[in-house]
Design a protein around this ligand. Structure first.
Ligand code: GLU
Length: 460
């Protein structure tokens, strides 16, 4: 069977955004699932717009989410000599030619065509030129596009695509300074890198016929193409920075887990029945680019958070602890950590909210919620001193604390709900949050007593 070789080919003009990561993921999955190769090519020919930082950011984001590419990164900026060779080859074979049209002439032609309501296109005036070139014009190189018929290909997502020759013109493959143009280098690289399947955003669909012209002129095998629709925001417009974070690493700072990001992204444009949760292993088993959706998918933050919580729950407390170090969370004894983390896993959907939940328990309240305080039962407050005495001798286990709390309330004729509310206010300062017994257990005897004493002093 033919080896599957895919690639991700970002232009390093900014951070890696999640749409790009989705494209990378699809390519990665298809290659890995088929024992093929997944290559990374940095499209940095636009020297003015590139940044080294952007390249680093792409590689960093790949590392974070665990997408491994094969071999060395290919940098287009290091391949200019190679592109020149292929341009020369096309010139030598008469499949490309020098065009000496000046910018003024081109503008004039455009204006004329627009006046006649024609699509602007080059008029092939130098295609078969044999005369003496005009003085002082540095020529561009144009490739010969078909004059009749059409360029056709079957797109794995969009279906049969057919572009009439009259819609294509002899486009430029090398500028007057000799640098190659985008569509030329993409086709040359994909061919030389042996890429068998190109999965990319459908903003590149209109480039494909041009790239096919290059493939054909150079006698290269044409890969299969899959053009994936954009990710839309909830309002149905193209996803932009205004819709939240876009950079993959921003999501790291926002407390998302890589597993959640990959799961979220794989479902944007691909589905398998109504299954929502996909481990990487399952993605590898089930993903097929032929199942990519042909309609755009919408970014749904609620779902993203739901997935993130799912993966937070799946993460061992030990691993979670080390992830939370970046969010300022301190190390606890493991038996306390496990109780607190298990309680927070039910309530938090990002590492940030997890860290907040942690602080809310571990930091003594600096104030007591006024509304909550006003509703407290005075008898319950008055009983706190005696409760502290009972706690002091207690066996520090959740089950035991729970029993103690219930029997104490009963003995003192206080409704358990009212008693719990008082304890919660004293320990945590506000309603909501983890269970009272869990909080007691995690805080330990000394800290619990200190909080009760502070509360009693406040209540007078
Ligand atoms: N460099 C292009 C981009 O960043 C992708 C080219 C391709 O996938 O063919 O959008």
């Amino acid at each position: 069977m033919e080896k599957i070789i895919t690639r991700f080919a970002p232009s390093p003009t900014g951070y890696l955004h999640i749409g790009g990561l989705r494209t990378a993921l699809f390519n990665y999955l298809y290659a890995r699932a088929n024992g093929g190769k997944f290559l990374l090519r940095i499209e940095d020919t636009d020297l003015a717009r590139n940044s080294l930082d952007a390249t680093k950011a792409i590689i960093e984001a790949f590392e974070w989410v665990g997408l491994e590419y094969d071999g060395e990164v290919v940098y287009q900026s290091k391949r200019f000599d190679l592109y020149k060779e292929y341009i020369k080859k096309l010139l030598d074979e008469g499949k490309a030619y020098y065009c000496y049209m000046s910018k003024e002439e081109l503008d004039l032609l455009r204006a004329e065509q627009e006046k006649n309501k024609q699509t602007p296109r080059y008029d092939n005036r130098y295609r078969d030129f044999t005369g003496t070139p005009p003085d002082g014009v540095k020529p561009v190189v144009r490739i010969k596009a078909p004059l009749e018929g059409s360029v056709s290909f079957k797109d794995g997502v969009k279906g049969e695509i057919n572009i009439q020759a009259k819609e294509l013109d002899d486009f430029i493959i090398a500028r007057s300074d000799g640098t190659p143009t985008y569509n030329f280098v993409v086709a040359v690289d994909d061919a030389l890198m042996g890429v068998s399947d190109v999965i990319r955003g459908d903003d590149h669909l209109s480039n494909t016929p041009k790239q096919i012209i290059v493939y054909e002129a150079l006698g290269f095998k044409i890969p299969r193409f899959y053009h994936v629709p954009m990710i839309l925001n909830p309002q149905g417009r193209k996803l932009s920075k205004r819709d939240g974070a876009m950079g993959v690493m921003d999501y790291k700072q926002m407390g998302y887990l890589p597993e959640a990001i990959l799961n979220f992204l794989v479902r944007l444009g691909w589905s398998y029945g109504d299954k929502e949760i996909f481990s990487l292993k399952e993605m590898l088993e089930l993903f097929n680019p032929n199942d990519l959706n042909s309609s755009p998918s919408a970014y749904n933050e609620t779902k993203f958070l739901w997935l993130n919580q799912h993966y937070l729950k799946q993460t061992s407390n030990e691993n979670l602890e080390s992830l939370l170090l970046d969010f300022g969370v301190k190390i606890l004894e493991s038996h306390k950590r496990d109780v607190l983390y298990n309680a927070l896993k039910d309530r938090c959907n990002t590492l940030i909210s997890f860290a907040q939940g942690f602080e809310e328990v571990m930091n003594a309240p600096s104030a007591y919620d006024e509304k909550m305080y006003a509703k407290l039962d005075r008898a319950a407050i008055a009983a706190l001193g005696a409760f502290c005495d009972e706690l002091s001798g207690a066996k520090w286990e959740i089950q035991n604390l729970d029993e103690l709390l219930h029997s104490f309330a009963e003995k003192n004729g206080i409704k358990i709900g009212k008693f719990m509310l008082t304890l919660r206010c004293a320990l945590l300062g506000k309603s909501g949050g983890i269970g009272v017994c869990e909080a007691l257990f995690v805080l330990g005897l000394e800290e619990s007593l200190a909080r009760f004493r502070a509360f009693m002093a406040f209540a007078g």
